[in-house]
Design a protein around this ligand. Structure first.
Ligand SMILES: [Zn+2]
Length: 326
């Protein structure tokens, strides 16, 4: 009996102790819920709808609507997946193309620098060396006349070509012949404008379009740049990523169309290390080359490309830098 009384008292005391806790706990939860409902009435309505839905034992959904939604979602997912796959493939293709180009360019650069060193090592250091340079071509008739002289004497020269002249089979053939004779092909803009009067993008395009034209024929880009009219400023330099090759002897062959005058001028001026400016556009220039080359050979002159001349004189050609002679 006593045991029962003690048990009852213990249970009663426990009940009294826990009762306030249950009450405060509920009130706290209610407060939190009230604070969580946003003030926005639309959202509040949604909460209420959701609450009502949750209290329904088996909420009724429109089956057709559900099916349609799942089809739309499925289509969307497959489209996203296809797009991603296409993007991944195109990124992979681009990377692969870039890698191939880097590899080929690297191989070509290594080959050409090896070839350059090889040719420079064959130059006789005890004899004078010059670089004949021809601007504004290619010209099928004149350039080939000059190439005939070079080929007959096993000589090399540099041709600074104008890009828009490289648009016929004759021009392709002439360029390939010059390249086969180990001549150097430089860039002399696409349309021969005065670059100091052009915008950044136009300057850049004048250079790049000629590079592309040469690349499409020889599968290699031009290495050197000669500014038209010898005119350049900081804007031109900023937009053309190549050494700027000027000249130390000007033939003035565009002004004096007389091979006797030109020959005399050049023979009395040329010295070791000179870069000579001519134009492969005029009959009189081709005649002058035919006259002076045998005479200069007799004097011991060797004829090399611009890159070979600077390499021989141990001058490293830097991009965006003007050079007249090494
Ligand atoms: Zn020119």
């Amino acid at each position: 009996m006593l045991k029962s009384v003690v048990k009852f008292i213990t249970l009663f005391v426990c009940f009294c102790l826990f009762l306030p806790h249950f009450i405060s706990s509920d009130s706290v939860n209610n407060n939190v819920f009230a604070e969580d409902i946003p003030a926005n009435s639309v959202v509040s309505d949604t909460y209420i709808e959701l609450d009502e839905l949750a209290q329904t034992d088996s909420p009724q959904f429109d089956e057709e609507e559900l099916l349609l939604s799942s089809q739309v979602a499925s289509n969307l997912l497959s489209n996203i997946s296809a797009l991603q796959n296409r993007r991944i493939i195109s990124i992979r293709e681009t990377i692969s193309k870039i890698n191939t180009n880097i590899f080929q360019e690297g191989k070509k650069t290594a080959e050409s620098s090896h070839e350059l060193n090889e040719r420079v090592s064959q130059i006789d250091l005890t004899r004078p060396v010059i670089a004949l340079t021809f601007d504004d071509g290619p010209h099928y008739k004149i350039t080939n006349r000059i190439l005939d002289v070079l080929e007959q004497n096993n000589l090399r020269a540099t041709f600074f070509v104008v890009g828009n002249r490289i648009s016929s089979d004759n021009a392709y053939e002439t360029l390939r012949r010059a390249d086969a004779l180990k001549c150097e092909i430089g860039n002399h803009t696409y349309e021969h404008p005065n670059l100091t009067k052009l915008s950044d993008i136009d300057i850049y395009q004048q250079f790049e379009k000629t590079n592309d034209a040469v690349y499409s024929v020889l599968s290699k880009p031009t290495t050197l740049f000669r500014p038209t009219f010898g005119a350049y400023n900081d804007v031109v330099k900023n937009n053309i990523d190549a050494p700027f090759i000027l000249w130390s002897v000007d033939s003035n062959d565009w002004k004096d169309r007389n091979s006797a005058i030109l020959s005399e001028r050049l023979l009395s001026t040329i010295k070791d290390g000179d870069v000579i400016l001519m134009h492969d556009l005029y009959e009189t220039t081709a005649e002058t080359v035919e006259i002076i080359v045998p005479l200069l050979i007799e004097q011991g002159y060797q004829f090399v490309t611009v890159s070979e001349l600077f390499a021989l004189k141990e001058v490293t050609l830097e991009s965006r830098t003007p050079y007249r002679r090494p």
